[in-house]
Design a protein around this ligand. Structure first.
Ligand code: TXA
Ligand code: MG
Length: 349
């Protein structure tokens, strides 16, 4: 068997989710930056600490996702909403009504996030999907870990969502060290995802909670149209649905000398590694701002830093950003996908 960058992952262990010792072991894995697959009432999730960007990057690597999608942040208890949601959105009567009625349960609420949630969790969006799952094993794990869990469904990219521990092992065996077995998922389809922010109410994904039940409490839901999905009011940082920072971004072929196009131009550098940064600064520059994706160029670390680094460059008052390409293996593919989109958006704007 060939060894990828996840080649050192030990064999997958399945433990009974109703065993307190298994919960304690799984919580330890989460706190150490590892991955645990766990049952929820909808489908099994592949979880990592939502506050640890490198751990979250490992989720994308294990799933083989070629790009970053925003992840749902799972809470142990409905009362924790206010710790992670923007205070105005947490106090929105529509939000409090839905939480009171349907949490814990198969409803994900997308609201503006607090800054403590890392950019990789939300794929650079200013909003976060929050959900309190209705499964005793999920709740026990999140509570024992002491951190909310970022978790997509525990399947390989583009494959079927798992509703049993055996489904997880079949797809992710060797890519996740620990699976908690909580029996078959009761709901069996993913949560309903509703965006409630800036006075809008948009059904982003139909799911385990009927839309009618939600509409009975908050009024009609908008369908996802391009306009609704764009919601410019929700993307003040400009790294919105298109992942483009404010200043134009170009990807510099490896080895290309980068210098200001005119005197006084404020150039930003998104370096792939410390070595890349040194090379760029020796050959060209000056750079008004530099962000290094990963000191050693490790694609998992680069992925974990990507959106936060782009936000930092966006806020540095630059005229132009030049990004060094990262090697396109493992998570490097997802990083390059986002960089190309960011560059393309500007070219088409
Ligand atoms: O039932 C579920 O929701 C399962 C279990 C594990 O909780 N999770 C799940 O995650 O289905 P995932 O990653 O497969 O789907 C998450 C969905 C995606 O459609 C994503 O685009 C949307 O939620 N989502 C998450 N955060 C969002 C945000 N900030 N803005 C818009 N959509 C968001
Ligand atoms: Mg999924």
């Amino acid at each position: 068997m060939t060894k990828g960058s996840a080649g050192t992952t030990p064999a997958t262990t399945v433990l009974p989710g109703d065993d307190p010792a298994a919960i304690a072991a799984a919580a330890g894995v989460i706190r150490a930056g590892g991955l645990v697959a766990f049952p929820t009432e909808t489908v099994y999730g592949l979880g990592a600490s939502a506050l640890d960007p490198v751990a979250v990057a490992r989720i994308f690597e294990a799933k083989g996702r070629p790009r970053f999608d925003p992840l749902i942040v799972h809470l142990a208890d409905p009362g924790e909403l206010g710790r992670w949601a923007d205070p105005d959105d947490a106090a929105d009567p529509r939000v409090t009504r839905l939480v009171a009625a349907f949490w814990p349960g198969p409803l994900t609420l997308v609201v503006r996030k607090r800054p403590v949630i890392p950019g990789i969790v939300t794929a650079g969006l200013p909003t976060v999907g929050l959900r309190a799952p209705d499964h005793p094993v999920a709740r026990a794990l999140i509570a024992a870990a002491g951190v909310p869990l970022a978790a997509p469904s525990a399947n390989r990219f583009g494959r079927l969502s798992p509703t049993r521990a055996a489904h997880v092992v079949r797809q992710l065996g060797g890519r996740v060290g620990l699976v908690l077995d909580g029996g078959p998922s009761r709901v069996g389809v993913e949560s309903t995802v509703v965006l409630l922010a800036a006075g809008r109410a948009v059904l982003l994904r139909p799911g385990g909670l009927p839309a009618e039940a939600i509409e009975a409490l908050v009024g009609p839901l908008e369908a996802v149209t391009d306009a609704a999905a764009g919601l410019p009011a929700l993307a003040p940082g400009r790294i919105g649905a298109h992942y483009a920072p404010g200043p134009p971004l170009t990807i510099a072929p490896a080895g290309r000398r980068v210098t200001p196009g005119r005197p006084g131009e404020r150039l930003g550098l998104l370096a792939a590694s410390e070595a890349g940064r040194a090379r760029a600064e020796r050959a060209g520059g000056p750079f008004a701002a530099v962000e290094v994706l990963a000191p050693d160029g490790d694609p998992v670390r680069a992925a974990a830093r990507l959106f936060d680094a782009l936000h930092a460059l966006d806020e540095a008052g630059l005229d132009r950003i030049v990004a060094q390409p990262v090697p396109e293996h493992g998570l490097g593919r997802a990083v390059m996908d986002r960089l190309r989109r960011a560059a393309l958006d500007r070219a088409e704007a």
